[in-house]
Every structure is written in C-alpha cells, then in structure tokens.
Write a protein that binds this ligand. Structure first.
Ligand code: SF4
Length: 391
C-alpha cells in the first residue's frame, strides 16, 4: 500500500484544554463499527453512561446543545478521561488527520477545520511537498474502481499543484488556469474522451500556455456592478447550507452587512483599499498570495482525486475556488471590522470556521456541488470573471 502526505503532516499536536476552539462541538461524530462493539460491552457505571449517550440508530454520539455528550464544562472529553484513549472511536482518535482512500493508495492530510492544523497549513511559507511511502500492507481491491480515470486524475493533480505553486505567476492567474483545466477535463470525461486529458496536460503549465492564458484573460473583463452582484450571490451560498456551529449564522450575517450593507460603491471602495493595503496589490502580496496558494493546494490535494468516484471533476475544483473566494471575502470583512488590520491569527480563524461548516458536512459538500450545477453564476466563464477582476 502507498501513502501520501503533505510534508508538515507530523507537525500537528493537539493542544487539548488549551485549545481556543472545541472541535467536538457542533458535529455529529460517527462511531466506527468496531468501537461500537467495544462500547456495547463496556462494564461498570461509565458503561451505562456510554451506552445512553449513543444514538444507536445513527451510530454517533448524542449531542446536548449541539455539544458532544462527553464534552465537559472544561471542554475536555469525559470518555477519554474515564475510559482512556484506547476507547476513543476512529474519528476522535484520528481527527484532525483526514484520510482519503483509493485502490492501492491512502492520502493523509490535516483538516483545516482544526485551528492548530490551520496554523500549520497556512503558516507554511514554502511550497508544500508531498511525500509518498510504501509498506507491505496488501492493496485492497475496490469494486468498480476506475483505475484509468484515477491515473489521469493523479497526473492532472500533479500538474495542477505545480501550477498553483508556481510563484512566478500571479496567484489569481494560477487559480484561473487550474479552473479552466478542470472545465476542459470535465468536458473530456462527459464526452467519453478521457484520453484527451493527456493532450490537455501536455501543454498545461508551460510558459507558453501561461502567456497565452494571460492574453486571453482580457475576455473575462466585467463591470463593477456585475462583479459586486455576483460576489454577493456567491456569498449568499452560506445561507443555503446546513449550520454546524451555533454562532456561524450571526458571524456570516455580520460579515455580509460589513461587505455589502452600504451598497456596491462602498463595497468596491473597501475591497480595493484592502488589496492596496494588505492584499493582491500591496507590499504584502507575498504573504497574502501564499495564504491563498496554501488554501487552494489544500483543497485540491484533499478532494480533487475524489472525483474518480463521481466523475465530478469540475465540482471539486469549483468547491476549492469558491471556498477560497469566500474566505477572501470574509477576510476583507474582518479587515474592515478590525480597523484595517488582518493578521495571521484572524485569517486562520476565518479559514478554520469556513472549513468546519463546509468540509465536515457531507450534506453541505453535496449541496454545494448541486448549487454549482444549477446556478449560472458558478459557470466557469463567470467564475473566471470574478477571479480575474481588477483589484
Ligand atoms: S481543534 Fe485541534 S487542537 Fe483543538 S482540541 Fe480539537 S484537535 Fe485539538
């Protein structure tokens, strides 16, 4: 079996009671079969509490006030304290380490939703390296696994990550290039011409191709009104998602008011000031573009190849791009609210909040892809207009 991880994977350490967040609040924590069996058998008085705190139908821990039944007032886990680490279920033992499984390959990543992981992911200043190892564990065979498509996806992801990490190209241009590639790959798969992907990848990422793309980018010019209107429409996607943490709706409402509440002209003034002082057009470009690069690399590495299971290549890239754009919008709002200041801590906080709401809800991940499919504003040409809009 092969395993691939980002180079910082082993740097994570849980800070437990010191943590400024509570990872087990808000989520329904699913319990694996093996651990459920252990819980059934657990003896003593804690055994009764354990069994009474499980939703046996769903196979998850009960929640009170959107908090796990075992999360105590000190934000520590009573199950860990009373029964020991060996009694934790796989989800709790592994979090924030996330694993994607493919035939012959397991890919590990740290979840952006954990604030300590987010510090590692976004604090990485150099391009992330991905390390592959192999052991003697026999590969599991997956029924109906499309190995040919998977190979193409892996090749494409390698090239996409290379482009996303090419710091000679403007970050928004890099994002546009990979989105356009995903669209072309999707077209090839939909037309049953998967071998076209090889041709697409041959040129992709070359200097010539980047220059050509830059030249063509002029066709994606859009007016301020349309930009603001479409950005606001995209921002409203938050209101269509399942809420995981109780304070999230108010957090988003406040940001929406800050961004769009005073009309389109004020929005545009704030956005341009942000980019001039600390974003894409500022002396801080290197820092800002690095955060954006790390977000895109994180989403693409974690989810892109999962499209081997549903053929939705474009959907995976749209999720990466739209989530990154939304984090950028929330960052602008925070910058305004904080008196034109946005430090690393604030950016980490925003990214981990968004990740908590989106990445840990299958309902939300599926809903997002459906929304992308049904709304014109997410069509590739329209998204490109937003990404490439002058700053
Ligand atoms: S959010 Fe991360 S650091 Fe905080 S308690 Fe959970 S796993 Fe530990």
């Amino acid at each position: 079996m092969k395993y691939t991880f980002p180079h910082y994977f082993d740097q994570f350490q849980c800070v437990a009671a010191e943590c400024e967040d509570t990872c087990c609040a808000g989520w329904a924590i699913m319990i694996d079969e093996e651990t459920l069996e252990k819980y059934k058998e657990y003896q003593g008085s804690f055994g009764n509490r354990l069994r009474n705190s499980i939703d046996w139908e769903e196979g998850c821990f009960c929640q009170y006030d959107k908090r796990c039944a075992f999360l105590n007032d000190d934000n520590l886990c009573d199950l860990h304290i009373e029964a020991g680490e060996h009694m934790l279920c796989d989800t709790c033992r592994n979090y924030p380490r996330h694993m994607e499984e493919f035939e012959g390959l397991r890919e590990g990543s740290l979840s952006l939703s954990c604030i300590e992981s987010a510090k590692i992911i976004l604090g990485c200043e150099e391009p992330v390296q991905f390390i592959t190892m192999e052991d003697d564990v026999e590969d599991e065979e997956y029924e109906d696994f499309d190995f040919l498509l998977f190979t193409k996806m892996m090749d494409a992801r390698g090239k996409i990550l290379e482009v996303l990490q090419n710091r000679d190209i403007d970050i928004m241009m890099r994002i546009s290039m990979v989105l356009e590639l995903a669209q072309k790959m999707q077209d090839a798969v939909d037309e049953n011409e998967i071998f076209k992907i090889d041709d697409l990848l041959e040129e992709f990422g070359s200097i010539n191709m980047a220059l050509e793309f830059q030249k063509n980018a002029e066709k994606y010019i859009v007016g301020e009104n349309e930009f603001c209107g479409n950005m606001r429409k995209i921002f409203r996607i938050f209101s269509k998602l399942e809420v995981l943490k109780h304070d999230w709706p108010d957090y988003v409402k406040k940001a929406e008011k800050t961004l769009y509440g005073n009309g389109q002209r004020e929005y545009e003034k704030q956005r341009q000031a942000f980019h001039k002082l600390c974003g894409l057009k500022s002396a801080e470009y290197e820092k800002w573009s690095n955060w954006i690069e790390q977000l895109m690399v994180y989403f693409v590495f974690t989810y892109f190849c999962g499209s081997v299971y549903d053929d939705n290549i474009l959907g995976k890239m749209q999720t990466a791009v739209v989530t990154t754009l939304l984090i950028q919008e929330l960052a602008i709002a925070k910058w305004v609210e904080n008196g034109e200041v946005l430090d690393f801590k604030a950016f980490v906080d925003i990214a981990h909040r968004v990740s908590r709401e989106i990445e840990h809800s299958d309902v939300n991940l599926i809903r997002l892809e459906k929304i992308f499919d049904s709304n014109m504003v997410y069509k590739t040409d329209d998204l490109l207009k937003l990404i490439l809009f002058k700053n």
